[in-house]
Design a protein around this ligand. Structure first.
Ligand code: GLN
Length: 205
């Protein structure tokens, strides 16, 4: 299983380390054609407007095709890129997740914080038994928020897989998954493991 980490800017190296720790083979993706060689992609945090600039139109289109076809996990700025609607200010999204997301939603005073939320750790089981309510139990999870966006609308077909207070902070729709926090900065490996489960699940079906 080869996982790509988009390495144009942002904290891609922490994702690489985490994924390798979990046994994945990791490729740092700097060129659009590298997308053809990977089974799944992580889009890290950073600055989503800068990502758009660095991708350019051709890179954006190639990435759009990729996220339709293969599992992708976006964190923070990566979550913004995967959304169908972006506000504050509006900008293009890849449309892999039917969500509306608000950039820098927490204001200047509390723009970065560590909070405890709940995560559906057993995503693998949930993928196999989508109707089983017991698999939806949340487990406490440390969440690092850095100039985080907020998911302000969860559209049809989108499943909330983590919450903080009453806010959805991680979601999944088909092969796309996103978190508004930074799981690569906490010791807990379950969020990345859930993504690797999603990738291996996709390889089987
Ligand atoms: N504030 C950034 C943006 O709007 C996201 C911050 C992050 O990725 N840590 O793109």
């Amino acid at each position: 299983m080869i996982i790509g980490v988009l390495a144009l800017q942002g904290d891609f190296d922490a994702h690489r380390r985490r994924l390798e720790e979990l046994g994945a083979q990791v490729v740092l993706v700097k060129k659009p054609e590298q997308l053809d060689q990977i089974d799944g992609l992580v889009i890290p945090g950073g600055e989503s407007g800068t990502f758009l600039k660095l991708l350019g139109e051709a890179g954006f289109e190639k990435l759009k095709q990729f996220v339709k076809a293969k599992p992708t996990f976006g964190t923070c700025a990566g979550a913004i890129l995967l959304a169908s609607e972006v506000e504050n200010p509006p900008q293009a999204g890849l449309g892999a997740l039917n969500i509306r997301i608000r950039r820098n939603a927490y204001g200047r005073q509390i723009d970065s914080s560590i909070r405890e939320g709940k995560f559906v750790a057993d995503l693998k089981r949930q993928l196999q038994e989508p109707g089983d309510p017991s698999s939806r139990k949340g487990f406490p999870l440390e969440m690092v928020f850095i100039r985080a966006p907020k998911i302000v609308r969860v559209g049809e077909g989108v499943e909330v897989i983590a919450t903080e207070g009453s806010d959805p902070v991680a979601v999944r729709q088909g092969r796309a998954m996103a978190a508004t926090f930074h799981p690569e900065l906490s010791d807990d490996t379950r969020v990345h493991q859930a993504f690797l489960d999603l990738v291996s699940n996709g390889k089987r079906s």
